[in-house]
Design a protein around this ligand. Structure first.
Ligand SMILES: [Zn+2]
Length: 452
């Protein structure tokens, strides 16, 4: 049993003072506000619940910053994708484990305590199946276990190179499954995470580019009630290709033909019309927003203000993992909206309401929903995923409550997180994960070899 005492803590009901949290078997057993610390309580100043990064491709952390050279005059997402393919084609299972371990260590240091791993690097380098079809999934699980982060594994079904069942190209050979192979992969993946505390599984039809309507219908039952994630409408060219194929835009097509509901998460629903935004919000599905990656790839800006006005739910993801941080994603999300609307505090819940707090609340609830976590936050029954802030950080000086969140999100940069508990284990202390040094050394050796 662990007993923590916080001078203030953000509970589901709002901020509370003098809060004792009792942790047993990795979960929060009791939360009691308004009590003085007892002997043996570990004391901290400000506690927040950990957030989920609901969308990650772990292996891409290895190529972060390596696609910043301009190509030809039409250099866009698609040339970045070629760099990604080259990198993906070289990685061994050990490489994936070492890259994912550092990534998850960094996520925990930055306040993410659960990751939705949209996992599509399945097969050996020549495209043949590993002896255990879930070899790569097992390496992701291994990285999650070493770091302590909670894993929602989302094995991705990827079968085609473009809309209408086009043949995949050679660069995609490590991603490709038939429906039958995917069913085998899902059951092997269930086994790979079965001993991992806090882990669960869903499925991820990669995109309408990579999956035909018949295949989509065939694989959805494999989710077995778990989450369903899909890349929706990331790029303008993708929307144009979808219109040419079906006469509908991607989000429009999904809402018309797929059973989109609260279990679903549409990643990068970036290019959506007002009608699509309203219909999407009505389904109760979560918008998976990855503002840093969407900016990095030049995707465009999601109509977040309109989506929230329509009652939509969103969570945040680190996606390409080019930069990893709760505050980076939340700040980029808001700043994109400010630039678009030429206004301040665009996503705030209303007059006098904190923008940082609004963003945080949405990301907490939307991330939990998208990764099928029924109980979240600092509440009895939730996994004990807790983040404390360093109140000696200059951007937190004199702040309390929502003002501390605003200071953290908009002004602190990195270095404002003190401790992180993941599943009740204190894995980060003084801002450093206990595995930071070892994970960096292993990652660096891997990446030096891959880029040589
Ligand atoms: Zn993605």
């Amino acid at each position: 049993m662990t007993r923590l005492h916080f001078a203030s803590a953000l509970l589901p009901s709002g901020w509370a003072n003098d809060v004792r949290v009792v942790i047993t078997a990795g979960a929060i057993a009791e939360v009691t506000p308004g009590v003085t610390p007892a002997a043996g309580d570990e004391r901290h100043a400000i506690a927040l619940p950990g957030l989920a990064s609901l969308h990650s491709h772990a292996f891409q952390r290895g190529m972060a910053g390596l696609a910043e050279l301009r190509g030809d005059s039409t250099d866009t997402f698609w040339t970045w994708r070629e760099t990604m393919y080259r990198f993906a084609l070289a990685m061994t299972p050990d490489d994936v484990a070492s890259v994912a371990t550092l990534l998850y260590v960094e996520m925990l240091e930055q306040g993410f305590t659960r990751v939705g791993e949209f996992h599509y690097l399945h097969h050996d380098r020549d495209g043949s199946l590993y002896a255990d079809i879930a070899e790569m999934a097992a390496r992701i699980a291994q990285a999650a276990e070493a770091s302590g982060i909670a894993l929602t594994l989302l094995p991705s079904f990827y079968a085609h190179g473009s809309f209408g069942g086009a043949a995949p190209h050679a660069g995609q050979r490590r991603f490709i499954c038939s429906v039958d192979q995917f069913a085998t992969l899902i059951s092997a993946s269930r086994k790979a995470i079965s001993a991992l505390p806090g882990a669960n599984i869903g499925i991820a039809p990669h995109s309408l580019r990579a999956v035909t309507p018949d295949e989509l219908a065939a694989i959805i039952p494999l989710a077995d009630g778990g989450p369903v994630h899909i890349h929706a409408a990331e790029q303008v060219r993708e929307v144009e290709d979808c219109l040419a194929w079906s006469g509908r835009r991607p989000v429009q097509w999904l809402l018309a033909h797929a059973p989109v509901d609260r279990r679903w998460c549409l990643i990068h629903a970036t290019h959506t019309t007002d009608e699509e935004v309203a219909a999407f919000a009505r389904t109760g599905a979560v918008a998976g927003l990855c503002p840093i990656t969407e900016a990095s790839l030049g995707d465009g800006i999601f109509p977040a203000r309109e989506f929230l006005d329509a009652g939509g739910a969103f969570g945040i993801g680190t996606d390409s993992n080019v930069l990893v941080g709760v505050t980076d994603e939340l700040r980029q999300l808001e700043y994109g909206q400010r630039l678009k609307h030429r206004a301040r505090n665009v996503l705030s819940a209303g007059a006098g309401r904190s923008t940082g707090r609004t963003l945080f609340d949405h990301a907490l609830a939307g991330g939990a929903q998208a990764l099928a976590q029924p109980t979240v936050g600092l509440a009895a029954g939730a996994r004990a995923d807790i983040v404390t802030l360093d109140t000696t950080h200059p951007s937190l000086a004199g702040r309390a409550g929502d003002a501390a969140i605003d200071g953290w999100v908009f002004a602190a940069g990195t270095g404002a997180i003190d401790c992180v508990w993941a599943g009740g284990r204190k894995v980060v202390e003084g801002g450093r994960h206990r595995l930071r040094q070892a994970a960096r050394e292993r990652f660096n050796a891997t990446v030096r070899r891959l880029v040589a």
